[in-house]
Design a binder for this molecule. Structure first.
Ligand SMILES: O=P(O)(O)OC[C@H]1O[C@H](OP(=O)(O)OP(=O)(O)O)[C@H](O)[C@@H]1O
Ligand SMILES: O=c1cc[nH]c(=O)[nH]1
Ligand SMILES: [Mg+2]
Length: 209
């Protein structure tokens, strides 16, 4: 079973508390969601492999480290995942970006896929799937299914807020995918929202409610 990790750096906790506040508007919600994503990626990439490279400084030749291994791609689950992409790209500006469009039926809570556009070489990349909310887990599971079907082999799921139900569901269906969250919240409500959560992350990011 892959790891589930809560990245509880004090800055991450503080910023998440800021955007939980229902009075925070679209501009601040957007800015802070990206800041949290950036801090999370800083933590998640701690163990990226390095290799030696020779470089000539103005003082002479030296052997130093550079990133080795698989290249990265960011995969937001639309819409709300878009709210984390800029934060990730701040740290990994050369990453490719694949998009998966998914919406959850409000009555059944079942996800529906409406768009997939991936870099052609996803089989050779490590994918960071981003979505602010992991609720029932249905959307993340379907997104990972879609990526695996297209050849993806290495991926991590990065969410701001996870519900225990969603973590369990993803771990059961995709035991090879590590999950990172800024917080593990208490439970899902009977309408499928995370409590205490953030509310509807897509609506809060894009001002659609
Ligand atoms: O774990 P689940 O129960 O599947 O719920 C989580 C999903 O719900 C939200 O998307 P939503 O369907 O609201 O679409 P949106 O991003 O367009 O708002 C959220 O961004 C996740 O993708
Ligand atoms: O709490 C939740 C659950 C699913 N999607 C959201 O945007 N928020
Ligand atoms: Mg939504």
């Amino acid at each position: 079973m892959a790891k589930f990790t809560v990245l509880n750096h004090p800055l991450i906790q503080h910023k998440l508390t800021l955007i939980r506040d229902k009075h925070v508007g679209t501009k601040e919600f957007r800015e802070v969601a990206n800041e949290i994503a950036e801090l999370m990626v800083y933590e998640i990439t701690r163990d990226l492999p390095l290799e030696d490279v020779e470089v000539e400084t103005p003082m002479g030749k030296t052997t130093q480290k550079q990133l080795a291994g698989k290249k990265l791609a960011v995969v937001p689950i639309l819409r709300a995942g878009l709210g984390m992409v800029d934060g990730v790209l701040e740290l990994i500006p050369a990453a490719k970006v694949g998009h998966i469009g998914m919406y959850r039926d409000e009555q059944t809570l079942k996800p529906h896929e409406y768009f997939v556009k991936m870099p052609t070489d996803i089989d050779q990349r490590e994918l960071l799937i981003v979505d602010p909310m992991l609720a029932t887990g249905g959307s993340a599971i379907m997104a990972i299914d879609a990526l695996k079907k297209r050849g993806a082999k290495a991926m991590k799921l990065v969410v701001l807020v996870a519900a225990p139900e969603g973590v369990k569901a993803v771990q059961e269906k995709h035991p090879d995918v590590e999950i990172y969250a800024a917080a593990l919240d208490d439970h899902l409500t009977d309408t499928g929202y995370i409590f205490p959560g953030l509310g509807d992350a897509g609506d809060r990011l894009f001002g659609t409610k």
